[in-house]
Design a protein around this ligand. Structure first.
Ligand code: NDP
Ligand SMILES: N[C@@H](CC=O)C(=O)O
Length: 399
């Protein structure tokens, strides 16, 4: 099989390394040689971390369109321009393997329609949780279940930052710089730290798990850029660990969100550290299941990309998953306990909350802190009226 690799950065170089290192194993599975004939990149003269001799490196996409290839691996990122490229390739009967959750979260239904029309694969295992095999697990291995919940730590960069701050006492800025240097963060890490990357992943997981087309604009997300180190420390003192968590539940409608959450320290997700990701899936036959592994990184992500390529060679392209119905997203009724940190005095907090909500007060820290009983968002807003709330996070795993 002849392939083009679009993008030769962290993931692209990992793909070349995996294909070279595991060549014999891969050929024994596929029964044929996988040959990279073309690489598409921005800067054709850039020194790369891998040997690309014998491969045509081009910055002209027409060279890819005119190439005699069977499949393209898209690991360049980007949305609009990359969408046009993928559509052109799919419509030319080229299989696509992609790690591009930014594009998929917006356009997966259009791309799938084009792939199915042209009877080619559109595979994207690497787009959610990097090296963790979760896409085909939900799509195939759990397809006998009605899935009621998907929940996970879905971004390696933010989990790396929060772990460095919680466990190693690093500053936010130092931890982010380190995540960038290690290749976990996106070229522009804004989407990582603002929760957008995790949002895109929970959208893709919800679509698969609940068999619904999910509009990303319907799912709220909050990142970690405004997290105060004081709350991470108080969380530890109270027996919680702060994690950026994507949650999606199905019960007639879908409730879904991404936000920093205080997890009880013995919660399964609380011990998922550094760049590792984990996804919890609850199905009505299998019950609770959990998938853990590297959420980012060169070889780690390439593991999923190359697996998708092997899938192209060993499985028929007989229809990529396409949900029939649109999702209805409703978050109003969701109830959580809440951690609250106030700028007010103990007396003022008590005056406002007493009689309205059940809560436990903690005055051992510089600020007054409370953990409430379960509340929905309207009840919470009502209880907090007039108070100076410095921090507010859902709490999971307390009951
Ligand atoms: N890094 C990770 O751990 C993970 C990344 N992903 C996804 O994989 C994709 C690639 O990520 P990553 O490898 O980290 O990104 P990098 O920034 O390391 O690499 C991007 C590559 O794409 C090329 N490229 C970018 N824009 C263009 C363009 N307009 N035209 C031609 N070439 C272009 C760049 O060329 P040049 O080198 O010449 O500048 C570079 O080689 C992204 O979609 C990302 O979200 C998914 C899971 C994990
Ligand atoms: N920037 C992403 C890379 C993988 O999707 C992350 O940090 O998880």
């Amino acid at each position: 099989m002849k392939i083009a690799v679009l993008g030769m950065g962290t993931v692209g170089t990992g793909v070349v390394k995996v294909l070279n290192t595991n060549k014999e194993k891969i050929e024994s599975l596929t029964g044929e040689e996988i040959k990279i004939t073309h690489v598409f990149a921005k800067n054709v003269d850039k020194a790369r971390d891998v040997d690309l001799s014998g491969i045509e490196i081009t910055d002209d996409i027409n060279d890819i369109y005119n190439a005699d290839i069977d499949a393209a691996i898209e690991v360049m990122g980007g949305i609009d321009h990359t969408y046009d490229i993928m559509m052109e390739l799919l419509n030319n009967g080229i299989h696509i393997v992609t790690a591009n959750k930014d594009l998929l979260a917006e356009k997966i239904d259009d791309l799938t329609e084009a792939a199915n029309k042209n009877n080619v694969h559109l595979n994207y295992e690497a787009a959610v949780a990097g090296g963790v095999p979760i896409i085909r697990t939900i799509e195939n291995s759990l397809n006998a279940n009605q899935i009621s919940e998907v929940m996970g730590i879905l971004n390696g960069t933010t989990n790396y930052i929060l772990t460095k701050m919680t466990v190693d006492g690093w500053s936010y800025e130092d931890a982010l710089d380190d995540a960038k240097a290690k290749g976990y963060a996106e070229a522009d890490p804004t989407n990582d730290v603002e929760g957008i990357d995790a949002l895109r992943k929970i959208v893709l997981l919800s679509r698969l798990a609940f068999n619904r087309k999910v509009d990303i604009k319907d799912v709220p997300s909050t990142g970690i850029s405004n997290v105060d180190a004081a709350d991470i420390q108080i969380a530890k003192d109270l027996g919680y660990i702060m994690k950026l968590v994507g949650i999606s539940k199905y019960d007639d409608s879908i409730s879904a969100s991404v936000e920093p959450i205080f997890l009880k320290a013995d919660h399964q997700l609380a011990s998922v550290n550094y760049e590792k990701n984990a996804v919890y899936v609850n199905g009505n036959a299998v019950g609770e299941t959990m998938y853990y592994g590297p959420g980012a990184g060169s070889l780690e992500t390439a593991s999923a990309v190359v697996s998708d390529l092997i899938h192209v060679l060993t499985q028929p392209a007989n229809g990529n998953f396409q949900p029939a119905e649109d999702a209805v997203i409703k978050n109003k009724a969701v109830e959580y306990q809440y951690y609250l940190r106030f700028g007010d005095s103990e007396a003022d907090v008590k005056k406002a909350l007493d009689g309205k909500v059940d809560y436990k007060l903690n005055t051992a820290h510089e600020s007054v802190v409370a953990v409430t009983a379960k509340l929905n968002i309207d009840q919470l807003q009502d209880a907090l009226e007039g108070l100076d709330v410095k921090a507010k996070y859902p709490v999971i795993g307390d009951e």
